[in-house]
Design a protein around this ligand. Structure first.
Ligand SMILES: [Ca+2]
Ligand SMILES: [Ca+2]
Ligand SMILES: [Ca+2]
Length: 243
């Protein structure tokens, strides 16, 4: 959430953890659209991720997941096998090629109201774990699992990976500056940090580094990020894209 009054970019299905049939009844409506809680002013994630669940590894022609693939996905996600089966079936039907490319993902994001191409790419990059330019079924499941059912540590790592744009293992001020610029374009001045309002992205970046960059080297490591997040939950609450 960016702002408790305007939780604009929270992308998750509501109350997933309580819903045993989340994939069909909660996450996806009758048309196969992913229902998104609090999208960026868009009511739902229309026509979206049934385009997503494609897998090159699992084979375009494969109509069902193999037993060992299912077990592996279950092991590496918070989804049950029957949920994974339903997700796979639904998405495979729509997209036989096995992955979603960046343009398709951008279109999905636009439908969600994420119109900023920089933000679209940030989100794409964190989904595309192996950085091959496509999101396969495993990558989609992994990201959705963290976004909807991940524990706090998983979500922190997810956010960290998104902010670490160049993937060098640290967040620097340039990266955080780019991100805050985009957030500002999206939601306007942010209200974070116990209600304090920040009039410019750079002001927020400086405050963020003051709090998070423990050794003052201008870079935030995952450890610093996690530690800072634990000590300053409202900072992270204000900055994380997915809750
Ligand atoms: Ca990929
Ligand atoms: Ca970096
Ligand atoms: Ca540091």
């Amino acid at each position: 959430m960016l702002d408790s009054r305007n939780p604009a970019v929270e992308i998750s299905c509501d109350a997933l953890s309580q819903d045993k049939n989340l994939v069909t009844s909660r996450c996806f409506d009758n048309q196969g659209s992913l229902l998104v809680k609090n999208p960026l002013k868009a009511p739902e994630f229309q026509n979206a991720p049934h385009n997503v669940l494609r897998s090159t590894e699992m084979g375009a022609a494969q109509s069902q997941l193999k037993k060992e693939e299912l077990e592996k996905l279950q092991e590496h996600s918070h989804f049950q096998q029957k949920e994974l089966k339903a997700m796979y079936k639904q998405f495979r039907k729509e997209q036989p090629q096995g992955y979603i490319d960046k343009e398709e993902f951008r279109e999905m994001m636009r439908q969600m109201g994420v119109v900023d191409s920089f933000l679209q790419d940030l989100i794409f990059n964190v989904f595309d774990e192996d950085k091959d330019g496509g999101i396969n079924f495993q990558e989609f499941v992994a990201a959705l699992s963290v976004m909807t059912r991940g524990d706090p540590t998983e979500k922190l790592e997810f956010a960290f990976n998104m902010y670490d744009i160049d993937g060098d293992g640290v967040i620097d001020k340039r990266e955080m500056g780019q991100i805050m610029e985009s957030f500002y374009k999206l939601v306007g001045p942010l209200v974070t940090f116990s209600g304090k309002k920040y009039e410019s992205p750079s002001q927020l970046v400086e405050e963020f580094f003051d709090i998070m960059d423990k050794n003052g080297d201008g870079k935030i490591t995952l450890e610093e990020y996690k530690e800072g997040a634990l000590k300053n939950p409202d900072v992270i609450q204000g900055l994380k894209l997915f809750s």
